[in-house]
Design a protein around this ligand. Structure first.
Ligand SMILES: C[S@@+](CC[C@H](N)C(=O)[O-])C[C@H]1O[C@@H](n2cnc3c(N)ncnc32)[C@H](O)[C@@H]1O
Length: 277
């Protein structure tokens, strides 16, 4: 069958299932099946897909109809211009998390800690941007750490990155001049409102700590103090309605220069704080 016809049919199926941006998803999946860059699809769209290619494309579309995000179908996600492998064990990294990278890069850090590293996007990206820095990436999930280690290898930073399985800072030793974290922050009562793309496929442990969604901030604020050098920075991602609560938690824990930053949609997304000098 001609590729263009397959794509038109698939787009109609996704649209009928109320999937947003069906055209974008179909192009990405078709490009992956043909192993061509998405921008070259038009050039090849009048050629026939082989039976194997058509079957693969069908399989991808059936997964998308079950609400599996395109990045999960393909097994990778772009973050800060680099490709990261993802699996069922890690959060599918979000563009909003790049707000942490943007802020962190304003001041180089020699030694950094990424708490709840997941696929490793934060630790790996910062090490790739800072060729002389060292980092520790930690997570409570060993399966997540295995994916982060693969991504560190691919991006050539494994020699400078140590992995640690830890419940937040419990097993962490040493001092850092930067601690970053995108912890689970969705409140228990917000979970039922999440879209199927999220609730079915992101690991629950990556989404929510239960109750009011603030437990990780309390633990991190309290324990990061023992591992931050004087003047060291703490940068965390937050949910859009959590800025005031997280600022209060950080103030009560003795941090200074506490500020909130917005993402590209002008929603509060990140809190920064410093250890007193
Ligand atoms: C929102 S995900 C963030 C993953 C990655 N940093 C990112 O931005 O894509 C939160 C991560 O925290 C980890 N996590 C959850 N509870 C934890 C705990 N008690 N201690 C350490 N890590 C935890 C999860 O396994 C998950 O990888």
């Amino acid at each position: 069958m001609i590729l263009r016809e397959l794509m038109i049919q698939a787009q109609a199926q996704l649209r009928a299932a109320n999937i947003e941006n069906p055209g974008r998803d179909v192009r990405k999946l078709a490009a992956a099946v043909l192993a061509v860059p998405a921008e070259r699809l038009t050039l090849v769209s009048d050629s026939a897909a082989s039976p194997e290619q058509a079957a693969q494309f069908d399989f991808y579309i059936s997964q998308r109809l079950a609400r599996k995000p395109v990045a999960r179908i393909l097994g990778h996600r772009e973050f800060w211009g680099r490709q990261f492998e993802i699996s069922a064990d890690v959060l599918d990294p979000r563009g909003d998390t790049e707000t942490i990278v943007l802020e962190a890069l304003k001041m180089p850090a020699k030694r950094l800690l990424d708490l709840g590293t997941g696929s490793g996007v934060l630790a790996v990206t910062l090490l790739a941007e800072w060729p002389d820095s060292q980092a520790v990436a930690s997570d409570i999930s060993n399966a997540a750490l295995a994916i982060a280690a693969k991504n560190a290898d691919v991006h050539g930073v494994s020699g400078r990155l140590e992995f640690c399985c830890s419940d937040w800072l419990e097993a962490i030793s040493g001092q850092f001049d930067l601690i970053v974290s995108n912890p689970p922050y969705i409140a228990q009562d917000e979970l039922p409102g999440l879209s199927a793309d999220v609730i079915r496929y992101d690991p629950k442990i990556a989404l929510s700590p239960g109750k009011d969604g603030l437990a990780a901030y309390r633990t991190i604020a309290q324990n990061a103090k023992d591992h931050l050098l004087p003047g060291g920075r703490l940068i965390v991602e937050i949910g859009a309605s959590q800025a005031a609560d997280v600022k209060t938690i950080f103030t009560q824990s003795g941090y200074q220069e506490i500020a909130s930053l917005q993402d590209l949609n002008e929603r509060d997304r990140v809190i920064t704080a410093r250890m007193p000098e």
